[in-house]
Each structure stands twice: as structure tokens, then as C-alpha cells.
Design a protein around this ligand. Structure first.
Ligand code: PLP
Length: 370
């Protein structure tokens, strides 16, 4: 008999999500209402910001945040070369241009020494992406932004529960953008959130997300806006997920520690190096090995779903037109390419047990000990 496949991700629900969604359905209030108000309050409390609004997903949270900061056509935004493509597509959706920046060699976050040479008079913002559930050098990002007079848009899609120097991700920039997609640390199926600390930015966020008006049901629209709303059923699921978030974080931390122990004596396996001052809520277990794709395929053939690392943005076929105006030669992005060629994502979700972690570890070990 073969064991069942250990999946890359799995939602972690129980009766509580069902109960809160049922409350919502029975109340008849299914658009943003009491559950959304409560979820907003709890999120702002936890993140430590005065203001936040929902968006339909993390990509549109980034779009909303960028628009509220008045980023648009003619502007350039510095984006790390290693991130989910949604970070860059959000910039393009506003009419601005993403400028790809090489990442650091140890934890693959935006490399500020590389960014320096890419600033032009069109550069309006920098988008640090808290990749893998860890912040990069945010002190450096803030100094960099100040020196070049740039706005900071934090892509915190993978970073709920992550603190840097005691401050929650998403509370350090001009706006912070979160995702509640099914594979994130807490989920509402689809969903996003934008935080800010400035009241004028908050007002613009509210106008942009609700057809250019502050009040529902008003038909005189002081501004041009769109519909970036969610449903109260999603907020109900989010509230249940927030309740169990301490347990989710604890389980992920325990899984990480177990992986670290299990892999400690494997010479060709490296885990992410943690940025000083940053917490770490592993979004996936990021493993690097010169064995690269051969190891990835072996793991997949042996009952564990492993996934490759993001494909470097500078190589994306869909961004061919950006290569006409930016120097996107591979020679500029050795770390990004190495991350892609050596990196893979192993499962570390809360539904896994200790013995699941051991089984994944054994599969990796057996590749090297064949
Ligand atoms: C998931 C993710 C996004 C996009 O969020 P969606 O909700 O899928 O639109 C953006 N950036 C990063 C780093 C992500 O991991």
C-alpha cells in the first residue's frame, strides 16, 4: 500500500468557518456589513494601523494601493525580480512601469545596492515584497525611499503575522497589501486587504474601491472609482481564520524547526537565511540545492508535492516589451536565476503532522543517499 500524496497546500477549516458563514447567511446580510466591519477592526488591531480596506484579491489590493498613492502612467516602480507575477502586473494595470531589480544572494529580497542605479526621474515608488513570509532589509528600504523621495508599497501578500523590528509587515510603508488567497497563511478563498496610516490615503482608498463615493446608496459621485468590494461571507471565514491564526503560526514554526533539524546534516540542502530583525512565518519550506530540478522531480515522484520557485520576472515571455526599454540581460540577475534553478517549495501547511514532515524529509534525504 502506498501512502497518500502530501499536498503542497491545504486549507485548514473546521466548524467555526461554517458557523460564522451560516450566521451571515441567516442574517441576510451578504455584502460588506457587520462581519466585514469586525474583520477590519481585528486586522487593523493586529497589524497596528489606523486604517485598512478590503480588495477582491491580493493583486487588486496592490492596484488599489498604487492608485491611492496616485501612481500611474509615466511612473516607474522598483519591483524585485523574484516575486509572484501579480506584483508586477498590478503596477502595469495602473499604467505605470515595473522596473525589475536583482535580489540579494542569501534571502532573495530586493537588492538596494542594485536598485540605486535604476532610479530615474520617473521613479515614483519601491515595492518591497516580503517574500517567503520574511521581510528584507526594511531599514534600508526606508532610507533608500527617503533618499530618492519614493513612496513605499509593501507587498505583504505572504507576510501576515510577520514582524520586522517589532512592527508588523504592511505597517511600515505608505500602503501595505495583503492576500487571503487559499494558499496564504490565513484565507478567505479569494480576498485582499490594503493598510495605510495616512487619512488622506485612506479616503482615496475608500473612494476608489466604492465607485468614487463614501456612502453606499449615494448616487452623486465626487470621484471616479470602481468596485473592489468583497462579501460578508468572506469576512466571516476570515474572522474564523484569525481566531486560529496563533495555532497556524505555532504549527508552521514547529514544522520549520523540525525540517531544520532533519536537514541539518545534509550538505547539499540549504534553507533560507533569515534577515536580521525580521520574523519568519514560512509561506512554504524553501529549499535550495544544486541538485535543482532533478531533486524536485524525484520528490514529486515519491509522494510529496514539491513546486518550483518563481520564474524570474525579467525572463517572463509576457514582459518581452519591457526588454525593449530595460536592460534585462540574464547577466544582471545571477541571484534571481540561481533561486529559480536551485530553489523549490516543500509543504509546510498547518494540516500536516510531525510524521508528514518526517516523511517529506526522508524523501529528500533518500535522493542524496541513493
Ligand atoms: C499571492 C501573492 C500575490 C497576489 O495575491 P492574489 O490574492 O493571488 O491576487 C501578490 N504578491 C505575492 C508575493 C503573492 O504571494
Amino acid at each position: 500500500m502506498t501512502d497518500k500524496v502530501i499536498t503542497q497546500v491545504s486549507p485548514w477549516f473546521d466548524d467555526r468557518e461554517q458557523a460564522l458563514v451560516t450566521e451571515c447567511l441567516e442574517s441576510g446580510w451578504i455584502t460588506e456589513g457587520p462581519k466585514s466591519a469586525e474583520f477590519t477592526e481585528r486586522l487593523n488591531d493586529m497589524i497596528g494601523v489606523p486604517y485598512g480596506v478590503f480588495a477582491p484579491n491580493g493583486t487588486l489590493a496592490l492596484v488599489l494601493g498604487l492608485l491611492a498613492l496616485e501612481v500611474g502612467p509615466g511612473d516607474e516602480v522598483l519591483v524585485p525580480d523574484v516575486t509572484f507575477i501579480g506584483s508586477a502586473n498590478a503596477v502595469l494595470m495602473t499604467g505605470a512601469t515595473p522596473v525589475f531589480v536583482e535580489v540579494t544572494g542569501d534571502n532573495f529580497q530586493i537588492d538596494l545596492s542594485e536598485a540605486d542605479g535604476l532610479v530615474t526621474d520617473r521613479t515614483k515608488a519601491i515595492m518591497p515584497v516580503h517574500m517567503f513570509g520574511m521581510c528584507g532589509d526594511m531599514d534600508g528600504v526606508r532610507r533608500f525611499a527617503k533618499r530618492h523621495d519614493l513612496l513605499i508599497i509593501e507587498d505583504a501578500a505572504q507576510a501576515i503575522g510577520v514582524h520586522y523590528d517589532g512592527v508588523h509587515a504592511g505597517a511600515m510603508g505608505d500602503v501595505g497589501c495583503f492576500s487571503f488567497f487559499a494558499d496564504k497563511t490565513i484565507t478567505t478563498g479569494e480576498g485582499g486587504y490594503v493598510t495605510c496610516r495616512d487619512e488622506a490615503v485612506y479616503d482615496r482608498l475608500r473612494l476608489l474601491r466604492n465607485q468614487g463615493r463614501f456612502d453606499r446608496g449615494a448616487y452623486v459621485h465626487p470621484a471616479i472609482g470602481y468596485n473592489f468590494r468583497i462579501t460578508d461571507m468572506q469576512a466571516a471565514i476570515g474572522l474564523a481564520q484569525l481566531e486560529k491564526m496563533p495555532e497556524i503560526l505555532a504549527r508552521k514554526a514547529a514544522h520549520l524547526a523540525r525540517y531544520e533539524t532533519n536537514f541539518a546534516d545534509l550538505p547539499d540542502v540549504y534553507l533560507l537565511k533569515q534577515q536580521p530583525k525580521s520574523g519568519y512565518v514560512p509561506f512554504r519550506l524553501f529549499l535550495f540545492s544544486p541538485a535543482g530540478e532533478a531533486l524536485l522531480n524525484y520528490v514529486n515522484e515519491n509522494g510529496v508535492q514539491s513546486r518550483p520557485f518563481f520564474y524570474p520576472l525579467h525572463r517572463q515571455p509576457c514582459f518581452a516589451s519591457l526588454r525593449e526599454t530595460q536592460n534585462l540581460d540574464d547577466s544582471r540577475f545571477p541571484n534571481s536565476i540561481r533561486a529559480h534553478e536551485h530553489g523549490q517549495c516543500l509543504p509546510i501547511h498547518p494540516a500536516l503532522s510531525e510524521s508528514d514532515i518526517d516523511r517529506v524529509s526522508e524523501v529528500v534525504r533518500s535522493y542524496f543517499e541513493r
